[in-house]
Design a protein around this ligand. Structure first.
Ligand code: B12
Ligand code: SF4
Length: 449
């Protein structure tokens, strides 16, 4: 069976005209995991296409074409899916957006996979081979991450990525932040791979610097402890994601450092407690942020700090105050996003009930556009303030100050900082400028500070 797997990208992330440089691009696991799950008895021949690294052809000659769909890439995925079907191909859609709004996706596919597809995708392919493809396949109620094959990383060209040494140990997260797709799409029970499987995967890939893409590695502390302990003998240096709650467990932080953690992505989201209350992320305590950052730095762990602008407590002062906090605390790699009501999430339902969603053009749901009416500012002010914060923290002064404390991590940290500086200065080229004020502010903000 000839199987093509496609990862379409929204304009910001596309190789042609996008602003995401190789220094920021690691190899995702979606397509390579799906390839590994194909039953061998189908004699698969694969073609994998990541639109983040190259163009996706329209004349793909395959027995079945699978596309992965994020909300921001949905219009592009549907455009491709419709074209492939027009050309007589069988098209399957899956991924977070399909899981959030299956009925919509169904209109563009011969079949969809809702939820995690470790069991449903092989079944779908067997049905297709037998000529009895069903329109919809679902993640089973007893879904578990067991008896897994290893991702077929070699099917994507490694030259296009900063690293291929990308792993996942768990899926989903126990928290319920209002804006996050994870609890809505996959529930709050964390799925966990057997630790021996994760260790074996890391050994097979054989790299010393590795990256975990798990949404929250410390969601289940007992599992986290066991995983970190198992990493110690591997002598790897790893980067992963955690919540700020790591700061309240010094023993786990020590174990994490001992296991080789050299970088953590943390969703700080806001420097205001009341702002965090409006997005149901009250477990974050801004009063403890500076101490957490110091504690991690002391242990040699750098921080990719993520903030989101646009909650109902944010005002025009929030942007500068947040940028100032980021610079002062020397968060190593700051990232800002605009609050985005992904469909079916509690945030989406609330804003919809309040009549505040201004567009359902999913292409703009990429975390860098304003798709709702903010409470204390205009959409244009939110967009412009967000862009200003990016540019402020990626001035050369703050970058150099961060580098002075980056120790042995300078080469990687510098490359990523320069990548994000480029991103900060090119973001505006992707604004559709629906708001006239933004065009004006955009001009002003284009001038290098
Ligand atoms: C790598 C990654 C990216 C990469 C590339 C993603 C891609 N596939 O193109 C980049 C950096 C481009 C990216 C960008 C963004 N991302 Co992202 N990303 C991830 C991340 C960390 C890992 C994806 C991965 O490899 N997962 C492992 C694989 C095995 O799981 P999976 O992709 O879910 O696939 C399984 C199922 O979903 C299903 N499946 C998926 N696709 C298909 C296709 C078919 C045919 C079938 C049958 C099944 C199937 O089968 C797989 C096995 O079960 C996930 C979080 C996570 N840990 O999953 C977030 C995630 C996908 N991203 C998310 C978000 C919010 C974003 C951004 C908005 C971030 C931002 N604020 O800027 C942007 C938006 C980009 C856009 N234009 O839409 C959300 C999803 C949002 C949504 N509603 O679509 C996630 C889930 C994170 C979260 N916190 O909730 N991201
Ligand atoms: S802690 Fe992170 S992954 Fe978990 S629900 Fe909140 S935003 Fe989502």
């Amino acid at each position: 069976m000839r199987i093509a797997l496609v990862s379409p990208k929204g304009p910001l992330y596309r190789s042609r005209g996008g602003v995401f440089k190789k220094s920021l691009r690691y190899q995702p696991l979606t397509l390579t995991t799906l390839a590994a799950l194909v039953p061998p008895e189908l004699n698969p021949e694969f073609a994998l296409y990541d639109e983040g690294t190259g163009d996706v052809p329209l004349d793909i000659d395959a027995d079945i074409i699978g596309l992965t769909v994020l909300t921001g890439s949905a219009p592009r995925a549907y455009e491709l899916a419709d074209e492939y079907r027009r050309r007589g191909r069988t098209v399957v859609l899956g991924g977070p957006h399909v899981t959030l709004v299956p009925e919509e996706a169904q209109r563009h596919a011969d079949a969809i996979c809702v939820g995690y597809a470790e069991e449903s995708w092989p079944q779908l392919l067997r049905d297709h081979a037998a000529g009895c493809l069903k329109p919809r396949y679902e993640q089973g109620a007893d879904f578990a991450l067991v008896n897994l094959p290893f991702a077929r990383r070699e099917l994507l060209d490694k030259r296009y990525y900063l690293t291929q040494a990308v792993f996942e140990a768990t899926r989903a997260c126990a928290h319920k932040c209002e804006f996050c797709v994870s609890p809505t799409a996959w529930g709050r029970k964390q799925f966990q791979k057997p630790i021996e499987h994760v260790v074996e995967d890391i050994k097979r890939v054989g790299r010393r610097r590795i990256l975990f893409i798990d949404l929250n590695l410390i969601s289940d502390v007992a599992y986290a402890r066991a995983l970190f302990a198992a990493l110690i003998p591997l002598k790897v240096r790893w980067f992963g994601l955690s919540t700020s709650l790591i700061g309240r467990d010094p023993a786990l932080m020590d174990l994490m450092a001992q296991s080789g953690c050299t970088g953590l992505l943390i969703g700080f989201e806001s420097i205001s407690s009341s702002g965090l209350g409006t997005i149901d992320k009250k477990f974050n305590d801004p009063a403890l942020y500076a101490e957490l950052i110091r504690d991690l730095h002391k242990r040699g762990i750098t921080i990719q700090g993520c903030f989101v602008f646009g909650n109902d407590e944010d005002t025009l002062d929030t942007f500068d105050a947040t940028a100032e906090f980021v610079i002062k605390t020397r968060i190593d790699l700051p990232r800002f996003a605009i609050l985005t009501p992904f469909p079916a999430t509690p945030l989406y339902k609330r804003l919809q009930a309040e009549g505040r969603i201004t567009t359902r053009d999913w292409e703009l749901y990429d975390g860098q556009h304003v798709v709702f009416r903010p409470r204390h500012m205009t959409a244009a002010q939110l967009l412009a303030g967000h862009e200003r914060a990016w540019k402020e923290v990626y001035r050369w002064g703050p970058i150099l100050s961060r580098m002075r404390h980056a120790g042995s991590q300078v080469p990687l940290s510098l490359a990523a900082n320069i990548g994000y500086r480029f991103y900060a200065h090119h973001l505006h080229t992707h604004y559709t400028c629906d708001f006239p004020q933004v065009a004006d502010q955009g001009e002003r903000l284009c001038v290098s500070p």
